[in-house]
Design a protein around this ligand. Structure first.
Ligand SMILES: NC(=O)N[C@@H](CC(=O)O)C(=O)O
Ligand SMILES: [Zn+2]
Ligand SMILES: [Zn+2]
Length: 346
Protein backbone atom coordinates (compact mmCIF):
# COMPACT_ATOMS: atom_id res chain seq x y z
CA UNK A 1 0.00 0.00 0.00
CA UNK A 2 1.33 3.45 -0.93
CA UNK A 3 1.77 5.64 2.16
CA UNK A 4 3.40 8.59 0.48
CA UNK A 5 3.27 10.05 -3.00
CA UNK A 6 5.31 12.94 -4.37
CA UNK A 7 3.99 14.67 -7.48
CA UNK A 8 4.92 17.73 -9.50
CA UNK A 9 3.35 20.71 -7.74
CA UNK A 10 -0.29 20.97 -8.85
CA UNK A 11 -2.08 23.92 -10.43
CA UNK A 12 -5.73 24.87 -10.12
CA UNK A 13 -7.24 25.57 -13.56
CA UNK A 14 -10.42 27.21 -12.18
CA UNK A 15 -10.30 29.27 -8.99
CA UNK A 16 -12.29 32.10 -7.39
CA UNK A 17 -10.15 34.34 -5.19
CA UNK A 18 -12.61 37.29 -4.90
CA UNK A 19 -11.12 40.59 -3.77
CA UNK A 20 -10.32 42.69 -0.70
CA UNK A 21 -10.52 41.01 2.69
CA UNK A 22 -11.85 37.75 1.23
CA UNK A 23 -8.92 37.55 -1.20
CA UNK A 24 -6.46 38.03 1.64
CA UNK A 25 -8.15 35.31 3.69
CA UNK A 26 -8.48 32.62 1.01
CA UNK A 27 -5.34 33.12 -1.11
CA UNK A 28 -2.98 31.36 1.38
CA UNK A 29 -5.27 28.30 1.33
CA UNK A 30 -4.58 27.83 -2.39
CA UNK A 31 -0.94 29.01 -2.43
CA UNK A 32 -0.06 26.45 0.26
CA UNK A 33 -0.43 23.59 -2.24
CA UNK A 34 -0.77 25.07 -5.72
CA UNK A 35 1.87 26.83 -7.82
CA UNK A 36 -0.52 28.58 -10.23
CA UNK A 37 -4.22 29.02 -10.80
CA UNK A 38 -6.51 30.31 -13.52
CA UNK A 39 -8.22 33.19 -11.75
CA UNK A 40 -11.91 33.63 -12.43
CA UNK A 41 -12.91 37.19 -13.37
CA UNK A 42 -16.45 37.27 -11.89
CA UNK A 43 -15.80 40.09 -9.45
CA UNK A 44 -18.31 42.87 -8.90
CA UNK A 45 -17.75 44.68 -11.25
CA UNK A 46 -16.22 41.98 -13.46
CA UNK A 47 -12.66 41.91 -14.79
CA UNK A 48 -13.39 42.84 -18.40
CA UNK A 49 -10.38 44.72 -19.76
CA UNK A 50 -6.67 44.04 -19.83
CA UNK A 51 -6.11 47.02 -17.55
CA UNK A 52 -8.57 45.62 -15.01
CA UNK A 53 -6.86 42.20 -15.15
CA UNK A 54 -3.45 43.80 -14.59
CA UNK A 55 -4.77 45.70 -11.57
CA UNK A 56 -6.43 42.56 -10.16
CA UNK A 57 -3.21 40.61 -10.63
CA UNK A 58 -1.35 43.26 -8.64
CA UNK A 59 -3.91 43.03 -5.83
CA UNK A 60 -3.54 39.24 -5.72
CA UNK A 61 0.25 39.41 -5.54
CA UNK A 62 0.04 42.12 -2.87
CA UNK A 63 -2.21 39.85 -0.78
CA UNK A 64 0.24 36.93 -0.93
CA UNK A 65 1.83 36.33 2.49
CA UNK A 66 5.61 36.57 2.73
CA UNK A 67 7.15 33.15 2.21
CA UNK A 68 4.49 31.87 -0.20
CA UNK A 69 4.94 31.81 -3.96
CA UNK A 70 2.02 31.72 -6.34
CA UNK A 71 1.42 32.75 -9.93
CA UNK A 72 -2.05 34.01 -10.80
CA UNK A 73 -2.98 33.22 -14.41
CA UNK A 74 -5.40 35.95 -15.33
CA UNK A 75 -8.58 35.79 -17.42
CA UNK A 76 -10.95 38.31 -18.92
CA UNK A 77 -14.71 38.20 -18.46
CA UNK A 78 -16.33 38.10 -21.90
CA UNK A 79 -19.10 40.64 -22.43
CA UNK A 80 -21.03 41.61 -25.54
CA UNK A 81 -18.91 44.79 -25.63
CA UNK A 82 -15.50 43.13 -25.27
CA UNK A 83 -12.96 44.61 -27.68
CA UNK A 84 -11.05 41.94 -29.67
CA UNK A 85 -8.01 44.24 -29.86
CA UNK A 86 -7.88 44.63 -26.07
CA UNK A 87 -8.08 40.84 -25.66
CA UNK A 88 -5.31 40.30 -28.21
CA UNK A 89 -3.07 42.88 -26.53
CA UNK A 90 -3.59 41.36 -23.07
CA UNK A 91 -2.70 37.96 -24.51
CA UNK A 92 0.33 39.21 -26.43
CA UNK A 93 1.77 40.83 -23.30
CA UNK A 94 1.48 37.52 -21.44
CA UNK A 95 -1.01 38.96 -18.94
CA UNK A 96 -3.97 36.69 -19.67
CA UNK A 97 -4.15 32.98 -20.32
CA UNK A 98 -7.85 32.66 -21.20
CA UNK A 99 -11.15 34.46 -21.67
CA UNK A 100 -14.16 33.35 -19.63
CA UNK A 101 -17.64 32.95 -21.06
CA UNK A 102 -20.56 33.18 -18.67
CA UNK A 103 -23.98 32.90 -20.26
CA UNK A 104 -25.83 35.90 -18.79
CA UNK A 105 -27.57 34.84 -15.59
CA UNK A 106 -26.05 31.34 -15.41
CA UNK A 107 -24.20 31.64 -12.10
CA UNK A 108 -22.72 33.90 -9.41
CA UNK A 109 -21.96 37.40 -10.77
CA UNK A 110 -22.81 36.51 -14.37
CA UNK A 111 -25.20 39.40 -15.08
CA UNK A 112 -22.67 41.00 -17.46
CA UNK A 113 -22.23 37.76 -19.39
CA UNK A 114 -23.26 36.91 -22.92
CA UNK A 115 -26.88 36.76 -24.06
CA UNK A 116 -26.45 37.17 -27.80
CA UNK A 117 -23.61 34.94 -28.99
CA UNK A 118 -23.43 36.65 -32.39
CA UNK A 119 -22.18 39.77 -30.62
CA UNK A 120 -19.02 38.00 -29.39
CA UNK A 121 -18.20 36.34 -32.71
CA UNK A 122 -15.37 38.82 -33.56
CA UNK A 123 -13.71 38.14 -30.18
CA UNK A 124 -14.01 34.37 -30.60
CA UNK A 125 -12.54 34.56 -34.10
CA UNK A 126 -9.63 36.64 -32.82
CA UNK A 127 -9.06 34.10 -30.02
CA UNK A 128 -9.03 31.21 -32.50
CA UNK A 129 -6.49 33.11 -34.57
CA UNK A 130 -4.11 33.78 -31.66
CA UNK A 131 -4.67 30.45 -29.86
CA UNK A 132 -6.18 31.95 -26.69
CA UNK A 133 -8.45 29.46 -24.89
CA UNK A 134 -12.09 30.16 -24.05
CA UNK A 135 -13.16 28.87 -20.62
CA UNK A 136 -16.88 28.17 -20.60
CA UNK A 137 -19.48 27.96 -17.86
CA UNK A 138 -21.59 25.53 -19.85
CA UNK A 139 -25.20 25.88 -18.82
CA UNK A 140 -28.17 27.32 -20.68
CA UNK A 141 -30.30 29.74 -18.72
CA UNK A 142 -33.70 29.19 -20.35
CA UNK A 143 -36.41 29.11 -17.69
CA UNK A 144 -38.04 26.09 -19.35
CA UNK A 145 -34.90 23.93 -19.16
CA UNK A 146 -34.64 21.86 -16.00
CA UNK A 147 -31.60 22.84 -13.96
CA UNK A 148 -30.30 19.25 -14.04
CA UNK A 149 -30.39 19.29 -17.88
CA UNK A 150 -28.78 22.68 -18.44
CA UNK A 151 -25.27 21.41 -19.12
CA UNK A 152 -26.29 18.75 -21.63
CA UNK A 153 -28.59 21.19 -23.45
CA UNK A 154 -25.81 23.81 -23.54
CA UNK A 155 -23.49 21.38 -25.31
CA UNK A 156 -26.03 20.72 -28.07
CA UNK A 157 -27.50 24.18 -28.48
CA UNK A 158 -24.59 26.51 -27.78
CA UNK A 159 -21.17 24.91 -27.41
CA UNK A 160 -21.14 22.58 -30.39
CA UNK A 161 -22.44 25.29 -32.78
CA UNK A 162 -19.85 27.79 -31.49
CA UNK A 163 -17.03 25.31 -31.97
CA UNK A 164 -18.22 24.29 -35.44
CA UNK A 165 -18.51 27.90 -36.58
CA UNK A 166 -15.17 28.95 -35.05
CA UNK A 167 -12.61 26.41 -36.25
CA UNK A 168 -9.44 26.40 -34.20
CA UNK A 169 -11.06 27.94 -31.12
CA UNK A 170 -9.58 26.21 -28.07
CA UNK A 171 -12.22 25.57 -25.41
CA UNK A 172 -12.15 24.42 -21.80
CA UNK A 173 -15.48 23.15 -20.58
CA UNK A 174 -15.29 24.29 -16.98
CA UNK A 175 -16.48 22.19 -14.04
CA UNK A 176 -18.22 19.48 -16.07
CA UNK A 177 -20.87 17.58 -14.11
CA UNK A 178 -22.40 15.12 -16.57
CA UNK A 179 -21.68 11.99 -18.57
CA UNK A 180 -22.70 14.06 -21.61
CA UNK A 181 -19.91 16.51 -20.82
CA UNK A 182 -17.38 13.68 -20.50
CA UNK A 183 -18.56 12.10 -23.76
CA UNK A 184 -18.44 15.39 -25.65
CA UNK A 185 -14.83 15.97 -24.60
CA UNK A 186 -13.88 12.40 -25.50
CA UNK A 187 -15.46 12.68 -28.93
CA UNK A 188 -13.18 15.59 -29.85
CA UNK A 189 -9.47 15.12 -30.41
CA UNK A 190 -8.54 18.75 -30.92
CA UNK A 191 -8.90 22.02 -29.12
CA UNK A 192 -11.14 20.77 -26.32
CA UNK A 193 -10.45 20.04 -22.67
CA UNK A 194 -12.44 20.02 -19.46
CA UNK A 195 -11.87 20.83 -15.84
CA UNK A 196 -13.41 18.69 -13.11
CA UNK A 197 -13.86 19.87 -9.54
CA UNK A 198 -12.97 17.92 -6.43
CA UNK A 199 -16.47 18.15 -5.01
CA UNK A 200 -18.16 16.80 -8.15
CA UNK A 201 -16.01 13.67 -7.77
CA UNK A 202 -17.39 13.23 -4.25
CA UNK A 203 -21.04 14.31 -4.11
CA UNK A 204 -24.13 13.61 -6.16
CA UNK A 205 -27.47 15.36 -5.87
CA UNK A 206 -28.63 13.13 -3.03
CA UNK A 207 -25.87 14.56 -0.86
CA UNK A 208 -27.42 18.00 -1.32
CA UNK A 209 -31.01 17.05 -0.65
CA UNK A 210 -31.46 13.82 1.32
CA UNK A 211 -31.98 14.22 5.06
CA UNK A 212 -32.22 18.01 4.89
CA UNK A 213 -30.85 20.61 2.51
CA UNK A 214 -27.05 21.05 2.67
CA UNK A 215 -26.24 24.56 1.50
CA UNK A 216 -22.49 23.93 1.55
CA UNK A 217 -22.95 21.26 -1.14
CA UNK A 218 -24.83 23.64 -3.43
CA UNK A 219 -22.83 24.93 -6.36
CA UNK A 220 -23.36 25.51 -10.05
CA UNK A 221 -23.52 23.50 -12.13
CA UNK A 222 -25.43 21.62 -9.45
CA UNK A 223 -24.27 18.05 -8.71
CA UNK A 224 -26.18 15.49 -10.77
CA UNK A 225 -27.22 11.82 -10.40
CA UNK A 226 -24.76 9.16 -9.24
CA UNK A 227 -24.19 7.86 -12.80
CA UNK A 228 -22.80 11.27 -13.70
CA UNK A 229 -20.51 11.38 -10.67
CA UNK A 230 -19.19 7.96 -11.68
CA UNK A 231 -18.57 9.19 -15.24
CA UNK A 232 -16.58 12.11 -13.83
CA UNK A 233 -14.58 9.79 -11.59
CA UNK A 234 -13.80 7.52 -14.54
CA UNK A 235 -12.68 10.50 -16.65
CA UNK A 236 -10.54 12.09 -13.94
CA UNK A 237 -8.79 8.86 -13.00
CA UNK A 238 -8.40 7.56 -16.58
CA UNK A 239 -5.18 9.38 -17.39
CA UNK A 240 -6.86 11.00 -20.43
CA UNK A 241 -4.97 14.30 -20.79
CA UNK A 242 -8.11 16.20 -21.85
CA UNK A 243 -9.35 16.16 -18.24
CA UNK A 244 -7.65 18.23 -15.53
CA UNK A 245 -8.25 19.72 -12.11
CA UNK A 246 -10.14 22.98 -11.73
CA UNK A 247 -11.35 23.12 -8.15
CA UNK A 248 -13.87 25.94 -8.70
CA UNK A 249 -13.18 26.69 -5.04
CA UNK A 250 -15.69 29.50 -4.58
CA UNK A 251 -15.83 31.15 -1.16
CA UNK A 252 -19.08 32.60 0.14
CA UNK A 253 -19.58 33.50 3.79
CA UNK A 254 -21.77 31.22 5.90
CA UNK A 255 -24.60 33.78 6.19
CA UNK A 256 -24.69 33.96 2.39
CA UNK A 257 -24.75 30.16 2.06
CA UNK A 258 -27.05 29.33 4.99
CA UNK A 259 -29.86 31.51 3.75
CA UNK A 260 -33.36 31.37 2.30
CA UNK A 261 -31.68 32.08 -1.06
CA UNK A 262 -28.18 30.71 -0.63
CA UNK A 263 -25.24 31.44 -2.91
CA UNK A 264 -23.78 28.75 -5.20
CA UNK A 265 -20.22 27.63 -4.58
CA UNK A 266 -18.16 25.11 -2.59
CA UNK A 267 -14.95 26.17 -0.86
CA UNK A 268 -12.41 23.38 -1.34
CA UNK A 269 -9.04 25.16 -1.54
CA UNK A 270 -8.01 24.03 1.94
CA UNK A 271 -8.36 20.26 1.55
CA UNK A 272 -8.60 19.60 -2.20
CA UNK A 273 -5.32 17.73 -2.57
CA UNK A 274 -5.90 15.37 0.41
CA UNK A 275 -9.44 14.73 -0.88
CA UNK A 276 -8.14 13.95 -4.36
CA UNK A 277 -5.59 11.52 -2.92
CA UNK A 278 -8.48 9.79 -1.14
CA UNK A 279 -10.58 9.67 -4.33
CA UNK A 280 -7.79 8.42 -6.57
CA UNK A 281 -6.73 5.82 -4.01
CA UNK A 282 -10.34 4.59 -3.74
CA UNK A 283 -10.35 4.09 -7.50
CA UNK A 284 -6.95 2.37 -7.54
CA UNK A 285 -5.57 5.25 -9.59
CA UNK A 286 -3.05 7.07 -7.39
CA UNK A 287 -0.63 6.82 -10.31
CA UNK A 288 -3.00 9.04 -12.35
CA UNK A 289 -3.26 11.85 -9.80
CA UNK A 290 -0.16 13.68 -11.01
CA UNK A 291 -1.49 13.77 -14.57
CA UNK A 292 -4.87 15.12 -13.47
CA UNK A 293 -3.62 17.71 -10.98
CA UNK A 294 -0.16 18.68 -12.27
CA UNK A 295 0.46 17.69 -15.90
CA UNK A 296 -2.62 17.71 -18.10
CA UNK A 297 -3.51 21.34 -17.42
CA UNK A 298 -0.09 22.78 -18.31
CA UNK A 299 -0.11 20.62 -21.43
CA UNK A 300 -3.45 22.08 -22.55
CA UNK A 301 -2.39 25.66 -21.78
CA UNK A 302 1.07 25.24 -23.32
CA UNK A 303 2.86 25.99 -20.04
CA UNK A 304 5.69 24.08 -18.36
CA UNK A 305 4.96 21.55 -15.63
CA UNK A 306 6.08 22.91 -12.25
CA UNK A 307 9.55 21.94 -11.06
CA UNK A 308 8.55 22.02 -7.40
CA UNK A 309 6.75 19.08 -5.82
CA UNK A 310 3.93 18.30 -3.41
CA UNK A 311 3.99 15.27 -1.15
CA UNK A 312 0.80 13.48 -0.15
CA UNK A 313 1.06 11.31 2.94
CA UNK A 314 -1.39 8.73 4.25
CA UNK A 315 -1.68 8.49 8.01
CA UNK A 316 -3.07 5.84 10.33
CA UNK A 317 -5.48 8.35 11.88
CA UNK A 318 -7.91 10.64 10.05
CA UNK A 319 -6.44 14.02 9.17
CA UNK A 320 -8.10 17.08 10.67
CA UNK A 321 -8.91 20.09 8.51
CA UNK A 322 -10.31 23.40 9.70
CA UNK A 323 -14.09 23.40 9.50
CA UNK A 324 -14.09 27.08 8.59
CA UNK A 325 -11.74 29.82 7.44
CA UNK A 326 -12.27 33.05 9.34
CA UNK A 327 -12.48 36.17 7.21
CA UNK A 328 -13.32 39.76 8.13
CA UNK A 329 -16.51 39.32 6.08
CA UNK A 330 -17.54 36.25 8.10
CA UNK A 331 -16.64 32.54 8.28
CA UNK A 332 -16.29 30.44 5.14
CA UNK A 333 -17.08 26.74 5.60
CA UNK A 334 -14.50 24.32 4.19
CA UNK A 335 -15.99 21.53 2.05
CA UNK A 336 -16.62 18.44 4.20
CA UNK A 337 -16.71 15.19 2.20
CA UNK A 338 -18.72 13.52 4.95
CA UNK A 339 -16.15 10.80 5.61
CA UNK A 340 -12.71 10.65 7.24
CA UNK A 341 -9.72 11.41 5.05
CA UNK A 342 -6.34 9.97 5.99
CA UNK A 343 -4.19 12.00 3.60
CA UNK A 344 -2.37 15.27 4.14
CA UNK A 345 -0.39 17.39 1.68
CA UNK A 346 2.88 19.19 2.27
N1 LIG B 1 -19.47 27.40 -9.02
C1 LIG B 1 -20.28 28.12 -8.29
O1 LIG B 1 -21.26 27.59 -7.79
N2 LIG B 1 -20.06 29.43 -8.05
C2 LIG B 1 -19.04 30.24 -8.64
C3 LIG B 1 -19.34 30.65 -10.04
C4 LIG B 1 -19.13 29.54 -11.07
O2 LIG B 1 -18.04 29.01 -11.19
O3 LIG B 1 -20.08 29.19 -11.77
C5 LIG B 1 -18.87 31.49 -7.77
O4 LIG B 1 -18.28 32.47 -8.23
O5 LIG B 1 -19.30 31.47 -6.61
ZN1 LIG C 1 -19.10 28.36 -13.41
ZN1 LIG D 1 -16.25 28.84 -10.86
Amino acid sequence: MIQSLTIARPDDWHLHLRDGAMLTAVLPETARHFARAIIMPNLVPPVVTGAQAAAYRDRILAALPAGQTFEPLMTLYLTEDTDPADVAAAHASGLIKAVKLYPAGATTNSASGVGDFDKVRPVLEKMAEIGLPLCVHGEVTDADIDIFDREAVFIDRVLDPIRKSTPGLRVVMEHITTAEGVDYVKSNDHDLGATITTHHLIINRNHILVGGIKPHYYCLPVAKREIHRLALRAAATSGDARFFLGTDSAPHTDPNKESACGCAGCFTATNTMPLLAHVFEQDGALDKLEGFASRNGPTFYGLPVNNETLTLTKHAQPASFPAKIDTPDGPVTVFDPGYPVYWTAT
